[in-house]
Design a protein around this ligand. Structure first.
Ligand code: NAI
Length: 337
């Protein structure tokens, strides 16, 4: 696709975006920015509570559509759950005739710590945060392939580094594997389809309701409420500070593939996998022997040596990095016989 203004500002005229969970918080800001840059936007949101239990507030999607229209933009509301991705994608195609961008933003946060986590809560979280993305992308993918073009953004979370919400963390780590696999599929087909991951941080309804729920439990257990972040800090973490990254990843000029970007409060960073120097325990047992655990203990220094390691590449089908695999194979070969 060609955009007349792409050398100046990042323009989306003629493009169509689906943004899930765009009635509030981060999704809403992504939608407002994309629409302001000329995209026609499907505002998907079923208006649920932050933990996905029941319907909390009618058609929040309508409010965002009204805002976009009031500013002269184009948008349409969709109230389906991301579990029914085919209905959301059908709305984009039926309304605007194409689909260039999918921002998988809808998500729920279940507050239970590990000792309280139930199978029901685990499954509810995975159904929305991971299977919901599967459902939307299953429907969007044939459109991308047919157009030979698409931009897909997944929304993970710093919680996946480990922060006491196991179901949420697992679901958010899951979208990384999904995104990288879709990028691999696109590369196989040699199409201009890019899948990347946004790891945001912002003060939103989700973070507010999560904090309230944690405090209710603490008070019920006779504990003091947890100290909250100062208001000045929360103001700086407004969700509009994240959207520049989402919108960049949605643009045709963005050639990132299977990449991970953090964004929050005007801060942006890219994340990489890191692989340590290789520990060839086979040097002790020979390539045919099974290494013993003592070799691992004795090799801990090597396993902590990231200066002599490398950075695995995602989404290109080499399971990380061709160089590293090459090193292993040549090592095995050199010890052969
Ligand atoms: P939010 O709760 O303010 O907004 C999420 C929106 O998604 C809500 O309007 C909700 O109705 C909608 N939604 C929930 N389930 C849905 C479903 N099944 N189908 C369609 N829409 C659905 O949350 P926020 O903070 O804006 O979060 C957006 C995304 O960013 C989520 O995926 C969240 O996990 C992620 N995230 C947010 C962080 C933050 O600091 N706010 C940190 C890391 C990740």
């Amino acid at each position: 696709m060609n955009n007349a203004r792409s050398s100046e500002t990042l323009d989306f005229t003629g493009q169509v975006a689906v943004i899930t969970g765009a009635g509030r918080g981060l999704g809403r800001e992504h939608a407002l920015l994309l629409a302001a840059r000329g995209a026609k936007v499907v505002i998907n949101d079923l208006g649920t509570t932050y933990d996905g239990r029941g319907i909390a507030k009618g058609q929040v999607a309508d409010e965002v559509v009204a805002l976009i229209k009031a500013s002269g933009g184009e948008a349409v509301a969709n109230y389906d759950s991301v579990e029914q991705g085919e209905l959301i994608v059908a709305d984009a195609i039926n309304t605007y005739g194409r689909l260039d961008i999918v921002i998988n933003n809808a998500g729920i946060l279940t507050p239970e710590v590990w000792s309280e986590l139930t199978l029901e809560s685990w499954q509810r979280t995975l159904n929305i945060n991971l299977t919901g993305v599967f459902s939307v992308m299953k429907a969007a993918w044939p459109v991308f392939v047919q157009q030979q073009y698409g931009r897909c953004i997944m929304t993970a979370s710093p919680a996946m580094y480990g922060a006491g919400v196991a179901a949420y963390a697992a679901s958010k780590a899951g979208v990384i594997g999904l995104s990288h696999s879709l990028q691999f599929e696109a590369k196989k087909l040699k199409l201009d389809i890019k899948c990347n991951v946004l790891i945001p941080q912002a003060g939103t309804r989700m973070t507010e309701d999560f904090a309230s729920s944690i405090n209710e439990s603490r008070i019920a257990a006779g504990k003091k409420p947890a100290p909250s972040a100062p208001e000045a800090i929360m103001k700086r973490l407004s969700p509009d500070k994240v959207s520049a990254m989402a919108v960049w990843l949605a643009h045709q000029d963005c050639k990132a593939e299977a990449a991970l970007f953090e964004a929050g409060g005007g801060y942006f960073a890219q994340l990489n996998w890191a692989r340590s120097a290789p520990l060839f325990a086979t040097e002790k047992e020979g390539v045919m022997g099974a290494p013993v655990p003592e070799n691992i203990r004795d090799g801990l220094e090597t396993l902590a040596d990231f200066d002599r390691g490398d950075r695995p590449i995602s989404g290109d089908g080499t399971m990380g990095a061709p160089d590293a695999l090459q090193r292993v194979f040549s090592h095995l070969k050199s010890n052969d016989g």
